[in-house]
Design a protein around this ligand. Structure first.
Ligand code: ATP
Ligand code: MG
Length: 740
C-alpha cells in the first residue's frame, strides 16, 4: 500500500514524518501549539493501521474532549477512506473506561447496570452528607475537590499516602465525608467521574485479558493526564508497552483536576529508550499572533523552554480593546464580526470565528448580542444544555427508569410534574431514606404498600398519586425497555410515549407560561439528539473483543449508553441552525487543540484571567496562552471597564497583558483593507474574492463607538446597578452601523 503511505507523508515535515514512522516502542512528542502534534498523532494511527498492519480494534486513542476525539476520528476516517476508523477505541479517558467497565465490570463485582453521577449530582450529595454530619462549616465544592484529588492521584503515586497520614481535624472530617459519599454511591450503584477511572484501573490490573489484544496506545494532550490516567494508560498498553504521547507543558490547564506535569518525567523513567521528537514550526498562526502569545507565556520563567518558529508571515497585530461595559464589549465583538465578514467578501464565514471565554458565566452578553444581530452560533463546553430544567427533568426520568435507586434523580422528579408533594416532604423523605441506608425508591414503595416507616408522612391523598403516576409509570417504562422476543427497543418512541404519559407539554405550559414554547423546543431538540445518538450508536457497538471463557457484561442497553454519553459529553450544540455556518462560543478549556481563523477573547481582566477563584497564576497564564494560540489570522482581546460579576467594580487589565510592551497590541480594530485581507487569505490558504465596492470604504466602527461611549478616565460613569452591568434601556441610543 505504498501509495497510501506516500500520501500520509506529503503533508508532514521531516520531524513529523520521523515521529509517524518511528519504530521505537514509545514515542514522545513535546512541542508548542500549532506545531502539528495532533496531525502527527492521527497520521501515526493511519500509518500503524495501513502500513504496519495493526488491526483498528487493537488501537486505543485517548483525548481530552469529546469534540477533539470526534474530530480525530473524522480525520483518521478521511485518510483510511473505508470506515475502518469506527473500530478504533477512540474517546476520552472517561468514555473509554466506561466502555470497558460496562463490558467487563462484572469481573470486579460491578453491577453492569451502573449509572454515572455527574459533577452536580456529586456536589448535591456531598452537601447532604455535610449537613447530616453537621459539618456545615465545610464547603461542599471544596470537599468534592478534595475527594476527587484523593481518587485522582492514582494508586502507584508516591504522594497518595500523604493524605492518609494527614491527621488534621479538617482532613479527618473530609475523610469521613469521603467514606459516607463512597458508601452512598456504592449503595446506589453509581460511579462518579473519578470512579470510572479508578474502577477501570482495578479491572485492568486484575484482568489484563481485557486489553490483551491492544497493540498500541496513543494519547493527545498528554500534559493534562493526571496520576490515575497515567496508570490507566500504562494498563491499556500492558500487553505490548507501545505508547505514543503528544503534548505541550505550556498548555497544561487542568491542574484543578490534578493533571501533573510530573507525568512527563514519569514516562521517560518508566519507558527508557523513548524516542523523543520535537517539532519547532508553527503552522497555525500569523507571526504577529505567535509573537504576542509567546510574550505572554515567556513571563513564566520556570517553564520548560522549547523553540517555536512561525512559518506564516506577519499579519495585522492582535487587538487589545477596553470597552465601557460587558454589554458594549459584546456589541463591539459582534460589530467586528460583521465587519470581518464584509471585508473578506464572505471568505471568512461564521464558522471560522470563535469567542473563547474563561468561564461559562460570561456567555450571557455574548449570546444576547449575537442573538440580536441574528448571527447563528453554537455553544461548546460547560454550557450545560443538559442542565436546563426541562431537559434535566426528562433525563432524571430516564435515569430513574434505568436505575430506580438513583435517589437524587428520583427526589428531583417526585413533584415534577406536580403531584402534591411539597419540597419539605421531598427533602425529609430523602433524608429518611439516606438515614435508613435504603433507597428512596424502596422507601416510597413501603409507603405505598402502607408499611409506614418512622418519620415522614406523605399525605394520604397523595399516596395513590405516587403509586399510580410515579411508581406505576416508572415500572411500566422499565418493562417497555426490555426487548421482548426480538422486538427491538426504539428509544425515541419510548421517550415520546413517556412525554405523553407525563403530559409534559402541559406541565411546561403550566410552569413557564408563555416561555414554554422555547422549553418545548428544547425538548424537540433533545429528541433529535436521541435519534442522532441511536444512529451513531449502531455503528459503534461491539468494538471491544469478546474474551473467551469469560463472563460478558451486557453492554447492549441503548438507554445506558445514551445516559452515559449525555453525562460525559462536554458539548451540546444548540443548533437550530444546523448546517449553516455558526460562530463558536466556547470555554477556553473546551477549545483546547482546536483552531479558528478569527478568535475573540473577551473579559481579559484581573479576576477573570487570572480567575478570582484560582490560586495558580501560572496555570491561568497558560490558559490565556492556549486561548491566544487558537487564532490563525485575526485575534482580538478585550475587557470592559467594570466587572460582569454584578458588583460593578472597576477592572484592572489582566496582569498577563499589563506588562507587555505597548506595541504588542493594536488599541482598536485593525483596518481591514485589501492588503490586510490578502494576508489573512494567505494564512488561511484561501482565495480572496475579487475586489468590490465593499473593500474600498470599510467604516471604522471604533470611531463611531468612541463617540458613543467615551472612554475617558476622568469622566467616570456611575458603576452599573446591582443587577449587573449594562445600561438601562434608553440610557443611550444605539446607533445602527451602516456598512455599505
Ligand atoms: P495544539 O497544541 O494547539 O493542539 P498541535 O500541535 O496539535 O496544536 P495541529 O492542530 O496538529 O497542531 O496542527 C495545527 C495546524 O497546522 C493544522 O491546521 C494542521 O493541519 C497544520 N499542519 C500541521 N503540520 C503541517 C505541515 N507539515 N504542513 C502544513 N500544515 C501543517
Ligand atoms: Mg493538538
Amino acid at each position: 500500500k505504498d501509495t497510501d503511505s506516500n500520501d500520509i507523508f506529503k503533508s508532514l515535515n521531516g520531524a513529523q514524518s520521523r515521529a509517524v514512522s518511528s519504530a521505537a516502542p514509545t514515542v514522545a512528542i513535546l512541542a508548542g501549539p500549532g506545531s502539528g502534534k495532533t496531525h502527527t498523532l492521527t497520521s501515526r494511527v493511519v500509518w500503524l493501521i495501513d502500513h504496519v498492519g495493526i488491526r483498528p480494534c487493537d488501537v486505543i486513542v485517548a483525548t481530552f474532549t469529546v469534540k477533539a476525539s470526534n474530530e480525530m476520528k473524522t480525520r483518521i476516517g478521511q485518510a483510511l477512506g473505508d470506515g475502518r476508523e469506527k473500530k478504533i477505541v477512540i474517546g476520552t479517558f472517561h468514555s473509554i473506561a466506561r466502555r470497558y467497565l460496562a463490558r467487563y465490570g462484572q469481573h470486579i463485582g460491578l453491577d453492569p447496570k451502573f449509572g454515572i453521577a455527574d459533577d452536580s449530582d456529586s456536589t448535591a450529595l456531598i452537601k447532604r452528607i455535610c449537613k447530616r454530619l453537621n459539618y456545615t462549616h465545610l464547603q461542599p465544592p471544596l470537599v468534592r475537590g478534595w475527594i476527587s484529588k484523593r481518587k485522582a492521584k492514582g494508586t502507584s503515586d508516591e504522594q497518595s499516602t500523604t493524605a492518609k497520614n494527614d491527621k488534621s481535624v479538617a482532613s479527618q472530617e473530609m475523610e469521613q465525608c469521603f467514606q459516607e459519599y463512597q458508601e452512598y454511591l456504592q449503595r446506589s450503584n453509581l460511579l462518579d467521574y473519578d470512579d470510572l477511572l479508578v474502577r477501570c484501573v482495578e479491572l485492568l490490573r486484575n484482568y489484563p485479558d481485557c486489553v490483551q489484544n491492544i497493540q498500541t496506545v496513543l494519547i493527545d494532550e498528554y500534559q493534562d493526564t493526571n496520576g490515575i490516567q497515567y496508570d490507566l494508560m500504562k494498563l491499556f498498553a500492558q500487553a505490548n508497552r507501545r505508547i505514543t504521547i503528544v503534548g505541550d507543558p505550556d498548555q497544561s490547564i487542568y491542574g484543578w483536576r490534578s493533571a501533573e506535569i510530573r507525568n512527563l518525567h514519569r514516562l521517560l523513567r518508566d519507558f527508557p529508550g523513548t524516542d523523543e521528537v520535537s517539532l519547532e514550526e508553527n503552522y497555525r498562526s500569523s507571526s504577529s499572533i505567535l509573537d504576542a502569545s509567546l510574550k505572554v507565556i515567556q513571563q513564566d520563567e520556570d517553564r520548560y523552554k522549547k523553540a517555536l518558529l512561525p512559518i506564516h508571515e506577519k499579519c495585522t497585530r492582535p487587538v487589545f480593546r477596553k470597552l465601557k461595559s460587558s454589554t458594549v464589549e459584546a456589541d463591539w465583538i459582534v460589530s467586528e464580526i460583521k465587519r470581518i465578514k464584509l471585508a473578506s467578501g464572505d471568505m471568512v464565514k461564521s464558522d471560522d470565528i470563535a469567542i473563547l471565554l474563561r468561564s461559562a458565566a460570561l456567555s450571557r452578553h455574548i449570546e444576547s448580542a449575537l442573538g440580536r444581530e441574528g448571527i447563528p452560533y453554537k455553544m461548546v463546553g460547560g454550557f450545560k444544555f443538559f442542565e436546563r430544567a426541562e431537559i434535566k427533568t426528562l433525563l432524571d426520568y430516564l435515569r430513574v427508569i434505568y436505575q430506580p435507586d438513583n435517589n437524587d434523580a428520583l427526589a428531583r422528579i417526585l413533584n415534577t410534574p406536580k403531584r402534591g408533594i411539597g419540597d419539605v416532604t421531598a427533602k425529609s423523605l430523602l433524608e429518611e431514606a439516606d438515614g435508613n441506608r435504603m433507597s428512596l425508591w424502596e422507601l416510597l414503595g413501603k409507603h405505598c404498600r402502607g408499611e409506614r416507616t418512622a418519620k415522614t408522612n406523605i399525605r394520604k391523598a397523595v399516596e395513590p398519586k405516587i403509586n399510580r403516576s410515579l411508581i406505576g409509570l416508572i415500572t411500566h417504562f422499565q418493562s417497555r425497555l426490555k426487548p421482548s422476543e426480538g422486538t427491538p427497543v426504539i428509544l425515541v418512541d419510548i421517550i415520546e410515549e413517556l412525554l405523553r404519559a407525563l403530559q409534559f407539554e402541559k406541565h411546561l405550559e403550566e410552569t413557564y407560561g408563555p416561555e414554554y414554547e422555547l422549553r418545548w423546543a428544547n425538548i424537540q431538540e433533545f429528541m433529535n439528539l436521541v435519534a442522532e445518538f441511536v444512529n451513531q450508536d449502531k455503528l459503534e457497538e461491539d468494538m471491544l473483543p469478546i474474551i473467551e471463557g469469560a463472563e460478558q457484561g451486557s453492554d447492549d442497553d441503548v438507554l445506558a449508553r445514551f445516559l452515559a454519553n449525555v453525562t460525559l459529553a462536554t458539548e451540546k450544540q444548540t443548533d437550530k441552525d444546523k448546517g449553516k455556518p455558526q460562530v463558536t462560543v466556547s470555554t477556553i478549556h473546551a477549545a483546547k487543540g482546536l483552531e479558528w481563523p478569527v478568535v475573540f477573547i473577551p473579559a481579559v481582566y484581573q479576576g477573570s484571567i487570572p480567575h478570582i477563584r484560582s490560586d495558580d497564576k501560572n496555570e491561568e497564564r497558560r490558559l490565556l496562552y492556549v486561548a491566544m494560540t487558537r487564532a490563525q489570522a485575526l485575534l482580538y482581546l478585550s475587557c470592559p471597564l467594570y466587572t460582569a460579576t454584578g458588583k460593578g467594580e472597576e477592572v484592572r487589565i489582566s496582569p498577563f497583558i499589563e506588562d507587555l510592551p505597548s506595541s504588542t497590541f493594536l488599541k482598536k480594530g485593525p483596518s481591514l483593507d485589501r492588503p490586510v485581507m490578502s494576508q489573512v487569505a494567505k494564512i488561511l490558504r484561501r482565495d480572496l474574492p475579487p475586489d468590490s465596492v465593499i473593500y474600498k470604504n470599510m467604516p471604522m466602527m471604533e470611531a463611531v463607538e468612541d463617540n458613543l461611549f467615551p472612554i475617558d478616565p476622568n469622566q467616570k460613569e456611575p458603576p452599573p446597578n446591582s443587577h449587573g452591568y449594562g445600561q438601562r434601556p434608553g440610557q443611550y441610543k444605539r446607533q445602527k452601523i451602516q456598512h455599505a
